[in-house]
Write a protein of this length. Sequence first.
Length: 88
Amino acid sequence: MTQSSRLAVPAAAALLLLPLLAGCGQDTARTLGFTRDAPDEFSVVTRAPLSLPPSLGNLPVPRPGSTRPQELTGAAAGEAILAPGAAH
């Protein structure tokens, strides 16, 4: 088999499969990852700001996997926004 005949078979197969791929619908580009969706601005979760303590020697011992002490729950964050002076 010559070099040109080895390339002819895959090229012919690609040309025959191209119309089949185009017939898959308008969602082909999304399926193949050519289009991207913008993030939903309402599903973005805000985090408490980072702060530096007055003395680095007074830091608590880190516990991997534990919750952040300055992080509020969703209900507490909503309450703080709606009624900032209310005690919880």
